[in-house]
Design a protein around this ligand. Sequence first.
Ligand code: NAD
Length: 310
Amino acid sequence: MRMRPKVSVVGAGNVGASVAQYTVEKELADVVLVDIIKGLPHGKALDLLHAGPIHGYDSQLIGSNDYGPTGESDIVVITAGLARKPGMSRDDLLFKNAEIMGAVVDQVAARSPSAILIVVANPLDAMTYLAWKKSGFPTERVVGMAGILDSARFRTFVALELGVSVENVSAFVLGGHGDTMVPLPRYCTVAGIPITELLSKEQIDAIVDRTRHGGAEIVNLLKAGGAYYAPGAAVTEMIEAILKNKKKILPCATYLNGEYGIKGLYVGVPVKLGRGGVEQVIEVKLRPEEQAAFEKSAESVRELVKKLKL
Ligand code: NAD
């Protein structure tokens, strides 16, 4: 009898391993790690299994170079792909990662036709669109992770600036996962108080700018590869919201069908995540300058998707 849900994580690199770690630490599911590198997913799965007695989890972990063990997954997280190096933009990864994404989706969609796909590989919004197209899944079961990470970075910087708990800070960031993302300061609050009441325009502008370049800041520090702890935590929050049917409102890359004036594109907006995947797109009223920034961001996603010639 299968007791726990199954989460497969394709790409057992930095982000994939963090997702696996946080998922079993919360005992949300059993985890299958898949990668093309021989031994890598097996080694990481076994190592994480050995941490179980210490952390107190009974979640099972399996590593594999093929997709057999992923069958009938509840959720498949796709991190497989190249990560950025210093000087590279997320968009520079487009064609190589599209090739990988296409191959991975063919494999997982056939074996887990009822799964929810969480896409992580960059450029995120275009890769999520590709995964949706390739899988043939309904839009509510294909979603991309980016906004939770971008919002978490924003929240961290606000908390640091004000010297308050990160738990008091909520934020949201709209748009594509790239330099055109749109952090919305007036929807960012500290214990319910908008940050526009607590911070000067200069302070907020500096936080917005650091959030926009938060990924690049880490790539420049690490030199080889990008961020993975916070991305892993962000994916795990989505997994938890889905498996526990929490109906949590989180910013995610989702298919827009006219909402926010955008049609036929994956872009980041707040959604309600539950057992059905994206159960609702939450529309907030934007001011003209915010709408313009959002449309500019969506346009840059559309340009990338066009290049994929799907
Ligand atoms: P990584 O290099 O550490 O791991 C990627 C893994 O994918 C590697 O182990 C590689 O062997 C594997 N892989 C490559 N091709 C594969 C295939 N065809 N099948 C199975 N596995 C395959 O990179 P990472 O730091 O984990 O980042 C992974 C991706 O996630 C990158 O594209 C990165 O830009 C992206 N990312 C996105 C976000 C976000 O907010 N959406 C955040 C961080 C990273």
